[in-house]
Design a binder for this molecule. Structure first.
Ligand code: HEC
Length: 127
């Protein structure tokens, strides 16, 4: 009986992971639309690489997972004071987006050309 239960739980975990995998496929075009509608260029600049203030970050071309987690952390501040980034401006900017939209935005912003660095393609293990 215990064996059966363990096997069923494993199946459940596998199914959940498979569902996560498909749900997280990011859509660049949707990300672009959300960025345009979201008014992000007002502060991060056209191309998201020319912030209007030197104290605002360049977000274009930063790693996708970094951008995604940064935005999630601005949202998380509402849920728990112990986790997350405490920034009233960005908390307001990302409050309306769901997880899938954050993935779409992160993928699009990451795809933009950045003045920060040129990725070393020869050392990049990704295809
Ligand atoms: C009113 C100005 C303003 C607007 C509009 C704005 N941002 Fe920001 N953004 C900031 C500031 C200021 C920070 C730095 C906050 C901090 O210190 O954590 C920031 C930080 C970020 C970061 C984290 C960057 C890093 O290097 O950690 C991301 C990602 C981001 N913004 C995405 C967006 C997106 C996407 C939009 C549009 C939906 C947007 N921002 C709109 C001002 C703005």
């Amino acid at each position: 009986m215990n064996h059966m239960f363990a096997r069923l739980s494993l199946l459940g975990v596998a199914a959940a992971l498979a569902a996560l995998g498909t749900a997280h496929a990011a859509d660049l075009k949707k990300g672009e639309d959300l960025v345009n509608q979201g008014g992000c260029i007002a502060c991060h600049g056209a191309g998201l690489d020319k912030p209007v203030s030197p104290t605002y970050p360049i977000i274009a071309g930063q790693p996708e997972s970094y951008l995604f987690h940064a935005m999630q952390q601005y949202q998380a501040k509402h849920q728990t004071p112990l986790y997350g980034r405490d920034n009233p401006i960005m908390a307001g900017m990302v409050a309306r987006f769901d997880t899938q939209q954050l993935h779409d935005i992160a993928a699009y912003v990451s795809s933009l050309k950045s003045p920060l660095y040129e990725p070393d393609k020869a050392r990049d293990p990704r295809p």
